[in-house]
Design a protein around this ligand. Structure first.
Ligand code: SF4
Length: 522
C-alpha cells in the first residue's frame, strides 16, 4: 500500500525545479530506479512517506518519481482526486497499462468531487498576466514574445466581438456565450510551438522563468479544453482591456468523470453528506443503473441534540435586523454547559458583525476567531486550543465552508456544541448564475443545483464536526427560519428529525440545559 504525497511536499530539491540541469535527484533516474524499486518491494509492503523519502535520500533519486513507480506494484494506492481525473496530471501510467479493467476506485469525500472536477475541466486566460510576461521577456525571448503578443491580440479581438459587458452578478459585470472562442486556436498553437523548445531545453534562471513556464501550461490546458468544449460548457468574459479575462467554464463534468470511472471495474463514491443523493448521482456522472445506498448514522441518536431557532432570518437583506437576536441565541446555547463550541457563519463580515455584539454579552467566555488568512501552523494552534475542555466556555467563530468546517476531528469532549448560522448558500457570482440557467428546466430547479444543494452540503459538513465517535455527545443549533421549511427539512439527515423549534413554543436554553443535565446524570 502506498499513499502518494504531493510533489512539492516530498521533493528533496531546494529549488523545486525538476529539469535535469537543476535537480541532481532526477539525473540518471531511469537507469537506477528499477533496481531500487525491486529492493524496496522485497523489504516493505507499506510505503509510507518516510520510507519513500528516506529511500530517495539514501539513493539520491527523486522520491516523487519513486513513489509513482512503486505505486505500479501496489494493491492499494491512496491519492488525491487529480491523479485520476485531472487531464493535466492524471497518472497515465495507470490508465494505459494492462489490468486497469480490474481497478476498483474508491472516492472518499465525494461531495467535493463536482467542484474539483469543474475546476479541472475549466480553463482561463487573462490579458494582465500575458502583458506582464510579455514585457519581461521581450529582450531575451523575442520569438516567443512575438507569438505571445499575437495571442494577446487575438484575446483583445474577442473582447471587441463580445462588446459591452451586459450582465451583472454579485457586483461583477460579464458576458457569456454558448460558442467556444475558436478564433484563439491558431494563436494558442503558435505560442505553444514557439515556447516548447525553450521549456524542454536548458534555460537560464531569470525572474520571468517560473511565470513563463506556468503560462505555457495554462495556455496548453486552455487549448486542450477548447478541443473538448461541448454543450456542457459556456464561455465567460469579464473585465475590460488590461483586466479582460476569458474563461471556458465546465458546467457539467459528469461525462468526463464517467469516462474515467468506466476504465475501472467498479467505482464507489462515498461521503457522509451526499444530500440529496439523486442530485449527486446526476452531477457526478452516475447512470440510471448505478446503485445508491444510504446508511443510517452509526452513532446513538440520544447523544445528539438538534434545535432550530426559526425566529431568526439570516437572508442578506434581513441580517442587520437580527444581529442582536443571533448573538443572544448563540450566547444562550453556549452558556448552559462549560465546553467547546464552534459557530459557523456564511461570510466573514457577518461573523464580525455578530462577534462585536456577542463579546460584551459573554465576558467570561474564551472567544476564538478564524482569521481570513491562516497558514498551516496557525491553523494547527487554533485547533489545539480544543484539546483543553470542560472548565471554561470556549467558543470559536468560524466561516462555513472554510478550513475548520471540514476534515477536522475533534472527538470526545473537545467539541460539545456546533451552531450553524444560515443555510450556507454560496455568494451570487457570474459562474453560479450561468450554472443556475444551465441546470434549470421543467423538472429541475437551477437555483437548487447552483445554490441550495451546495449550501446544505456546507451545513452538513460543519454540523458533522460535532459527533465523531459512538460516545461523543453534542448540541447542534440551526439558526434560520428556512430550516423549518419542508424544502430544507427534506435535505437534513433522517436521524435529526423531529427537530424542535422556537416557533413551536420551545425555548432553546431550556432544551440545551435539559440535554446537558441529563448527560451529566448518565
Ligand atoms: S525531480 Fe523530484 S526531487 Fe527533483 S525537483 Fe522534481 S520533485 Fe523535486
Amino acid at each position: 500500500m502506498i499513499p502518494l504525497t504531493a510533489k512539492e511536499k516530498i521533493c528533496l530539491n531546494d529549488e523545486k525545479n525538476c529539469s535535469p540541469d537543476k535537480c541532481p535527484f532526477i539525473l540518471g533516474y531511469m537507469s537506477r530506479s528499477r533496481k531500487i524499486v525491486k529492493e524496496l518491494l522485497k523489504k516493505h509492503d507499506f510505503f509510507s512517506r518516510d520510507v519513500v523519502s528516506q529511500a530517495g535520500l539514501r539513493h539520491g533519486i527523486c522520491p516523487f518519481e519513486l513513489s509513482l513507480d512503486l505505486a505500479l506494484s501496489c494493491d492499494l494506492v491512496i491519492c488525491d482526486y487529480n491523479y485520476i481525473f485531472d487531464p493535466r496530471v492524471y497518472l497515465r501510467r495507470f490508465f494505459e497499462q494492462k489490468g486497469r479493467e480490474n481497478y476498483l476506485i474508491m472516492i472518499d469525500e465525494a461531495h467535493n468531487l463536482f467542484d474539483r472536477a469543474r475546476g479541472m475541466y475549466s480553463a482561463e486566460l487573462n490579458v494582465k498576466e500575458i502583458s506582464g510576461i510579455s514585457r519581461e521577456i521581450k529582450k531575451d525571448l523575442p520569438t516567443i514574445n512575438t507569438e505571445l503578443k499575437k495571442l494577446k491580440k487575438s484575446i483583445s479581438e474577442l473582447e471587441k466581438q463580445s462588446g459591452e459587458l451586459m450582465m451583472e452578478s454579485g457586483g461583477v459585470k460579464y458576458n457569456t456565450a454558448f460558442e467556444a472562442p475558436i478564433s484563439l486556436k491558431f494563436s494558442l498553437g503558435d505560442f505553444i510551438t514557439a515556447t516548447e523548445s525553450w521549456i524542454s531545453g536548458e534555460r537560464e534562471d531569470k525572474p520571468y522563468t517560473d511565470k513563463l513556464v506556468n503560462l505555457f501550461f495554462e495556455v496548453l490546458h486552455f487549448k486542450n479544453i477548447l478541443e473538448i468544449y461541448s454543450d456542457h460548457y459556456r464561455t465567460l468574459a469579464t473585465g475590460k482591456k488590461t483586466t479582460f479575462c476569458i474563461k471556458l467554464i465546465c458546467l457539467d463534468p459528469g461525462p468526463m468523470l464517467a469516462r474515467k470511472m468506466s476504465y475501472a471495474k467498479s467505482t464507489v463514491l462515498f461521503s457522509a453528506t451526499l444530500s440529496p443523493l439523486w442530485y449527486f448521482k446526476s452531477i457526478l456522472g452516475g447512470r440510471d443503473e448505478d446503485v445508491t445506498l444510504r446508511l443510517p448514522s452509526p452513532f446513538p441518536r440520544e447523544n445528539l441534540l438538534v434545535f432550530n431557532d426559526d425566529s431568526i432570518e439570516t437572508r442578506y437583506r434581513s441580517r442587520e435586523k437580527y444581529l442582536d437576536a443571533t448573538a443572544m441565541a448563540i450566547y444562550k446555547w453556549s452558556i448552559s454547559h462549560k465546553g467547546n463550541i464552534m459557530v459557523f457563519f456564511p461570510s466573514y463580515k457577518y461573523l464580525l458583525n455578530v462577534l462585536e455584539i456577542f463579546k460584551p454579552l459573554a465576558p467570561g467566555f474564551e472567544i476564538l476567531c478564524q482569521d481570513r488568512e491562516m497558514d498551516e501552523p496557525t491553523r494547527e494552534s487554533f485547533i489545539r486550543k480544543f484539546d483543553d475542555f470542560g472548565d471554561t466556555n470556549r467558543i470559536a467563530f468560524c466561516v462555513m465552508g472554510g478550513v475548520f468546517s471540514e476534515g477536522i476531528d475533534l472527538t470526545g469532549d473537545k467539541l460539545t456544541g456546533v451552531i450553524i448560522v444560515g443555510v450556507g448558500l454560496p455568494q451570487v457570482s457570474p459562474e453560479l448564475e450561468i450554472m443556475r440557467n444551465y441546470y434549470h428546466n421543467e423538472a429541475t430547479s437551477g437555483f437548487s443545483y447552483a445554490y441550495t444543494y451546495p449550501g446544505i452540503n456546507k451545513v452538513l459538513q460543519a454540523a458533522g464536526r460535532l459527533i465523531r465517535s459512538e460516545s461523543d455527545r453534542g448540541a447542534l443549533l440551526l439558526i434560520d427560519s428556512r430550516f423549518s421549511t419542508s424544502d430544507y427539512l427534506s435535505l437534513l439527515p433522517q436521524e435529526w428529525h423531529p427537530i424542535p423549534r422556537t416557533s413551536q413554543g420551545f425555548c432553546l436554553d431550556a432544551f440545551t440545559g435539559e440535554f446537558w443535565d441529563k448527560t451529566a446524570e448518565d
